[in-house]
Ligand binder design. Structure first.
Ligand code: GLN
Length: 550
């Protein structure tokens, strides 16, 4: 039977509960415990797949094709573990199964209620996710006090009674602001949210105080929180801004978090093995080089909309001793003011990530054309591959008006079209081509150089594909299909010959989902490396011209 650590959040969202949960997992993992992570999302959606990333953050895809909350990505990256649909519970899933069971007559005679039927279903799902683990860290989404979260808090409260005190530990993450006009930490919001938690019957064992900048929590504030929240002083941890989120586990463990968790859960004390993680997390700070990358996208207002893409770029940069300076560019601007496209020359690399719908696509196609013609390293992910094919078809093959049928259903040249299995589907939730599929890589290509293997498995999330009717004409005109499904039917990777372009690469899959700190995704590594080479080449040319002048 596993032991459970439950992480709740207070005061407000956006404090980094996902990172804290993943960090607690890491603290236990480096001590050799078999640990799992579980995200509970109190929304009514069955999964994150139908939600707008601009409002909710990225939709993370697991190997088994589940469209999960972005925190699953954080857990995977910290734990270097592949998760599945079992690691994300939503209100939608819980209610669907209870209602289905009711329709089947399984509760016959009973009035079906939140307590005990919904809470029982929640506990069953938590226990299922914990199978085979020594410890499970459960993150409850939202903020304590939200109506939606109450059945979940009630379920974990019951679990403490059922499993026993030594088997459940509650961690509460709160916000402790330091308003500049006052000049001191304010603990009142923490006191209130802890009170709120206690009114539900949960007394936190540990409080993690997220401060508002680089200043760690001071002693008087720690004492105040201990006194008012009824938590021992040693169980109050400070979490200020750190240079990299990958430093959070070490930072918390240095304050004694691991020791306290082990003591509280009566686990056998073990020495943590931090060496490897320390090397990895240190690689994210103080880089010698910087590259400027432009990413096009319509969700440019919310960083979390593309968190795995950002992280994959940083993973690649860390290995290359390079800071990746990410800049969001709105391609709608290029549609309105075409001359502004020349601003792109200031970037060392251009990335067009996954996307849906019409808005900004013509601007994206102009961006890809610019990257191709000006030899700027280009990485196209999913939609970014599809639009690169459209650009190539229009401007190299000469198929005027070529397009994806997602954007123009009347295009004379539908070079990107619906996957055959998609044509009859009307439901939107969980119906794309999802999860991992194999790709066979062509020897002698850039793709082979990057992956070093003939067969790879990457994660997908799309409905459209390069239409087989156009494979021949595209290839004849010089586009290389360096990766395909093993039956050759689906194009998975495109590239341009290396004597024509230093790095022009597109993948139908999303390699960012499998990128890990210390082990970056091969396409992202190749892209950042090529951007760095371009930057260094430019600097060298500049130096030489200065030398010549003086
Ligand atoms: N909209 C495209 C499709 O459905 C691309 C999807 C994506 O970029 N994830 O195929």
């Amino acid at each position: 039977m596993p032991k459970y650590i439950i992480v709740t959040g207070g005061v407000m969202s956006g404090l980094g509960k996902g990172v804290v949960t993943a960090s607690i997992c890491k603290i236990l993992q480096v001590r050799g415990f078999e640990v799992g992570a579980l995200k509970i999302d109190p929304y009514l959606n069955c999964d994150a797949g139908t939600m707008n990333p601009f409002q909710h953050g990225e939709v993370f895809v697991t190997d088994d094709g589940f469209e999960g909350d972005q925190d699953l990505g954080t857990y995977e990256r910290f734990l270097d573990q592949n998760l599945s649909f079992l690691n994300n519970i939503t209100t939608g899933q819980v209610y669907s199964s209870v209602i289905e069971r009711e329709r089947r007559g399984e509760y016959l005679g009973k009035c079906v209620q939140i307590i005990p039927h919904i809470t029982d279903e929640i506990k069953d799902r938590i226990r299922k996710a914990g199978k085979g683990k020594e410890l499970v860290v459960i993150e409850i989404g939202g903020t304590v006090g939200d109506i939606e979260g109450q059945p979940f808090l009630e379920a974990v409260r019951q679990m403490r009674a059922e499993e026993g005190k030594e088997d459940c530990l509650f961690v509460h993450l709160t916000y402790v602001p330091h308003p500049p006009h006052i000049g001191e930490f304010k603990t009142k919001p923490t006191q209130h949210s802890t009170k709120e938690l206690r009114s539900i019957g949960i007394v936190p064992n540990i409080i993690i105080a997220r401060t508002s900048d680089e200043t760690p929590l001071d002693e008087p504030s720690r004492e105040k929180i201990a006194l008012f929240c009824d938590v021992e002083k040693e169980a109050i941890f400070s979490l200020p801004d750190l240079p990299s989120t990958y430093q959070v586990p070490l930072f918390l463990d240095e304050q004694g978090l691991g020791h306290l968790v082990i003591e509280h859960l009566s686990l056998e004390p073990r020495q943590p093995q931090w060496t490897n993680w320390k090397t990895i997390s240190n690689s994210f700070i103080d880089a010698h080089h910087t590259v400027k990358i432009a990413i096009t996208g319509k969700y440019t207002g919310l960083m979390d909309s593309y968190i795995s893409v950002n992280e994959a770029l940083h993973h690649a940069g860390a290995i290359l001793d390079t800071e990746v300076d990410i800049n969001w560019v709105s391609t709608e601007l290029f549609e309105k003011y075409p001359e502004k496209i020349n601003n792109l020359k200031n970037y060392d690399g251009i990335l067009v990530p996954g996307g849906f719908g019409v808005r900004g696509t013509e601007g994206k196609i102009l961006t890809i054309k610019y990257a191709r013609e000006n030899l700027i390293p280009y990485l196209g992910i999913c939609f970014g591959l599809q639009l690169a094919v459209v650009e190539f078809a229009r401007n190299i093959v000469g198929l005027d008006g070529a397009n994806s049928t997602e954007i123009d259903s009347n295009t004379p040249y539908p070079v990107i079209d619906l996957l055959p299995e998609q044509t009859e589907i009307t439901d939107k939730g969980g119906t794309m081509r999802l999860g991992f599929y194999p790709t066979a890589i062509e020897l002698g290509t850039l793709a082979y150089e990057l992956y070093g293997k003939k067969l790879i498995h990457e994660r997908h999330r799309h409905r459209f594909e390069v239409s087989p009717d156009y494979h021949e004409i595209l290839e004849k005109n010089g586009l290389i299909f360096s990766g395909r499904s093993p039956d050759k039917y689906l194009v998975e990777i495109i590239e341009l010959p290396r004597d024509e372009h230093p790095f022009f690469f597109g993948t139908q899959f999303h390699p960012e989902f499998k990128s890990r700190p210390g082990n970056p995704s091969p396409p992202y590594f190749g892209f950042v490396k090529s951007a760095l080479e371009r930057k260094l080449r430019k600097e060298k040319i500049l130096e030489e011209s200065i030398d010549q002048r003086y």
